[in-house]
Ligand binder design. Structure first.
Ligand code: MRU
Length: 330
């Protein structure tokens, strides 16, 4: 059973699994207001590109439920304010903006507060449900790439904890395991916040999938050892030309994989593809507090880097595996 990082609370609030506390403790938090949801996304209580889109959409519904009987103008003004606040929480993952734009469009047609709120609720549920289905399709598209006996390297957490379903990079791994294939997943610990060591290793362990955490700096030696047949990572934003942003360290892994002639795949739903961004240089990279790296020294702490398209063997998406040349997708 994969973990469920998000749900409606019994009172209609947003219930999230606080990922900062994992794997030591499973703390669930009920978020009632837009400010609560914004804070939860900013502080990585909920994280991962698809999940922050889902959380923002469901958060709008939860936060605006108290004003649902307001006149249309009041409701729309509050909705726009809420969307602006949520959009401002994290800059790199395009899924956040994609989900918020979808929610704004759902509230676009005539109606009073009650009707608009009901439309927002069904749109948020649709975003959540569709993401679950997309994860499965990504898993099916990537399944032939993970044969029996596969040894796979991944980075950060692009699993169930980052999505509404079985993840993106981890989806083919979950389905290969379900199909009875023997696998071993190596997981970069993913400094500085250890999403690999804390989250990916935890969810794979719960599913009974064999995994080993490695220090980020050990990836070169591991790939040189000849043990790894495949690298799969997720993405926060894929530019039109196939350059993509993912957790800091992904770019280095792509170069290492190419050097060692090991296939390097990026798995993501279509909502992560941003055709309005021509290439990786235009992707906004989040810089986080130096304190995440060290409390004692100055630090450079970009949360994501951009991997040039030339290092990508293929994108595993909900529509199949896309191979170079990239740029045709709309
Ligand atoms: O800072 P995070 O933990 O939100 O970063 C997450 C990643 O980089 C994931 O690999 C990416 O969002 C894909 S999640 C399916």
């Amino acid at each position: 059973m994969v973990p469920q990082p998000i749900a409606w609370s019994p009172t209609g609030g947003l219930r999230v699994l606080d990922q900062r506390a994992l794997p030591e403790t499973c703390v669930e938090r009920d978020l009632e207001t837009i400010a609560d949801v914004a804070e939860a996304i900013r502080t990585l209580q909920v994280r991962g590109a698809p999940l922050i889109g889902i959380a923002a959409a469901m958060g709008l519904v939860a936060g605006l439920r108290t004003i649902r009987s307001a006149p249309r103008e009041t409701f729309v003004a509050q909705l726009d304010e809420a969307i602006a606040m949520l959009a401002d929480t994290r800059p790199t993952a395009v899924n956040l903006r994609w989900a918020l734009e979808r929610m704004r469009r759902a509230a676009g047609s005539p109606g009073d507060g009650d009707l608009l709120w009901a439309r927002l609720k069904s749109e948020a549920d649709a975003i959540w449900t569709e993401d679950r289905a997309m994860c499965r399709r990504i898993g099916l598209a990537g399944l032939p790439l993970v044969p029996d006996g596969a040894q796979v390297l991944t980075h950060c957490n692009a699993g169930a904890l980052a999505t509404g379903g079985i993840g993106t990079a981890l989806a083919p791994i979950y389905l290969a395991h379900e199909a009875g294939r023997k696998l071993h997943v190596y997981v970069d610990e993913t400094r500085p916040l250890l999403q690999g060591a804390r989250l990916t290793a935890w969810e794979l362990g719960r599913a009974g999938i064999q995994c080993t955490v490695i220090p980020d700096g050990a990836a070169a030696a591991l790939l040189a050892s000849g043990r790894i047949g495949l690298v799969i990572v997720g993405a926060d934003r894929i530019a039109k030309n196939g350059d993509f942003a993912n957790k800091i360290g992904t770019y280095g892994l792509a170069i290492l994989a190419q050097h060692h002639r090991i296939p390097f795949y990026c798995a993501a739903p279509r909502s992560t593809i941003d055709c309005a961004t021509a290439s990786g240089g235009a992707i906004p990279i989040e810089h986080r507090s130096p304190a995440e790296v060290t409390a004692y020294h100055d630090a450079w702490n970009p949360a994501f880097d951009v991997t040039p398209a030339r290092y990508v063997t293929g994108f595993i998406t909900d529509r199949g595996v896309e191979r170079p040349p990239f740029g045709a997708a709309e």
